[in-house]
Design a protein around this ligand. Structure first.
Ligand SMILES: [Zn+2]
Length: 86
């Protein structure tokens, strides 16, 4: 069985579990492998962590699907625009 690369959507779905450290080791490694190559999800991870710092906790309901879609759209832009200044 070969491990399939995770998509941004899958990673985002798992990020709350990831930061709460409740993911199985296998899933955790897959998330980390994706984060190592994806600036978009790394940024999102930082936002999730910031939210947890502010609220002290995080539930799935605190990240509405609408927000996920917005971020996924942003990832597309990153991919398309490439590096043009910072
Ligand atoms: Zn990603």
């Amino acid at each position: 069985m070969t491990a399939r690369a995770m998509t941004c959507r899958e990673v985002i779905d798992l990020l709350t579990d990831y930061v709460e450290d409740v993911l199985p080791a296998q899933e955790r490694r897959r998330v980390e492998a994706h984060l190592a190559t994806c600036d978009g999800c790394t940024t999102y991870l930082e936002q999730v962590r910031e939210t947890i710092r502010l609220t002290g906790m995080l539930t799935e309901e605190q990240i509405p699907d609408e927000e996920k879609q917005r971020l996924l759209a942003a990832f597309r832009d990153w991919t398309r625009s490439g590096n043009s200044g910072g």
